[in-house]
Design a protein around this ligand. Structure first.
Ligand SMILES: Nc1ncnc2c1ncn2[C@@H]1O[C@H](COP(=O)(O)OP(=O)(O)OP(=O)(O)O)[C@@H](O)[C@H]1O
Ligand SMILES: [Mg+2]
Length: 315
């Protein structure tokens, strides 16, 4: 990667609040024109990372550059190239969609804020509601307006903090199309999400943040390779059979799902393992309600890696 093609570079980022470490030594690089997705559970430090990258908080340590500009020493330059749609809506409910956009346009000293407002309303399919108060908008419409506001100055790098949280499946798919279009137009996108499917659908590169550290980073395929290629699943009719089955699977890579009496077993040899486990369960009088064979998803990577880390931490 040449330095010109790097949109975001983060080295040794650290941040604590009142002595409690939230980010300890976060490092990553994002290529221009790509979508990077930062995944993590609640409280992992996703929003803190975005705040440090967008100059909203000062890191305790580390170097961050956006389009070659240092976020501390050249923050005014960084402001010219970035935009942020935060986790919580920034729209003013007492104004119309059009008015919200015009105000932001004026704050950015646009020469023609009304024209830009109309252009964005049309792009986000909000023209028909442009003169209605935002308090009458649905959640999906507000989120679209939120993103429209962050696009007012045509940013080179766009930060989206959980852009689809709370949206229904159709609105989520619409938002994905918008994000894909932005990428096509050359925008670099930094996206946080708790929806693994979202990262799977959109991201060129994915990083998983856990307890202030990036525990894994790569393409979707890189991440999937961290697990054996396949998994088999068994569903048991009762909790008793489910627990008995777990106790028999010593030496296998297993994730139990106790709420549904379901066991996922990871393997490179799905057919052999299916046959062996059927024999094992039958010989111990364990009934099986259902079974299946699948490729691992990003969710499996996430659960396995975090599970492994916790197992190590607990000795
Ligand atoms: N201003 C603050 N003062 C003290 N602690 C903070 C502050 N901001 C964040 N934290 C703590 O830092 C940790 C990470 O918070 P952060 O908001 O970055 O998590 P997140 O990954 O965005 O979570 P979520 O998925 O819930 O949005 C949490 O434990 C949070 O309580
Ligand atoms: Mg957050």
């Amino acid at each position: 990667m040449s330095s010109d093609s790097i949109a975001i570079n983060v080295k040794g980022l650290k941040k604590s609040y009142k002595g409690v470490s939230v980010l300890n030594d976060v490092n990553f690089t994002i290529e221009s024109g790509t979508i990077f997705s930062l995944l993590g559970s609640n409280g992992a430090g996703k929003t803190t990372t975005i705040k440090a990258l967008t100059t909203l908080i000062k890191p305790d340590d580390g170097d961050i550059s956006i389009c070659g500009y240092d976020v501390i020493k050249q923050s005014y330059k960084v402001h010219e190239v970035i935009s942020l749609t935060g986790q919580f809506s920034a729209v003013d409910e007492t104004l119309t969609g059009f008015e919200n956009l015009v105000i932001i346009g004026k704050l950015h000293h646009l020469r023609k804020p009304k024209e830009r407002a109309n252009e964005l309303l049309s792009y986000f399919d909000l023209t028909h509601s442009s003169n209605r108060l935002v308090s009458t908008y649905s959640g999906g419409m507000r989120r679209k307006l939120d993103i429209a506001m962050s696009l007012i100055n045509s940013p080179t790098v766009l930060f989206l903090d959980e852009p689809t949280t709370g949206l229904d499946p159709q609105s989520r798919h619409n938002m994905w199309d918008i994000i894909r279009d932005l990428k096509k137009s050359g925008t670099t996108i930094f996206l946080t999400t708790q929806y693994l499917e979202e990262a799977e659908q959109l991201a060129d590169n994915i990083a998983i943040l856990d307890k202030g550290e990036i525990i894994v980073e790569g393409t979707l395929n890189d991440l999937k390779k961290l697990l054996p290629q396949e998994k088999v699943e068994f569903i048991f009719p009762t909790e008793q059979e489910f627990k008995k089955a777990i106790s028999l699977l010593i030496g296998y890579k297993v994730i139990p799902h106790s709420e549904s009496n379901r066991l996922t077993v990871y393997t490179c040899e799905a057919i052999n393992v299916l046959t062996k486990l059927f024999q094992l369960f039958t010989s111990h009088n364990i009934d099986i309600k259902d079974f299946s064979r699948k490729s691992p998803s990003l969710e499996d990577v996430f659960l396995t890696l975090i599970g492994e880390k916790e197992a190590l931490a607990n000795g």
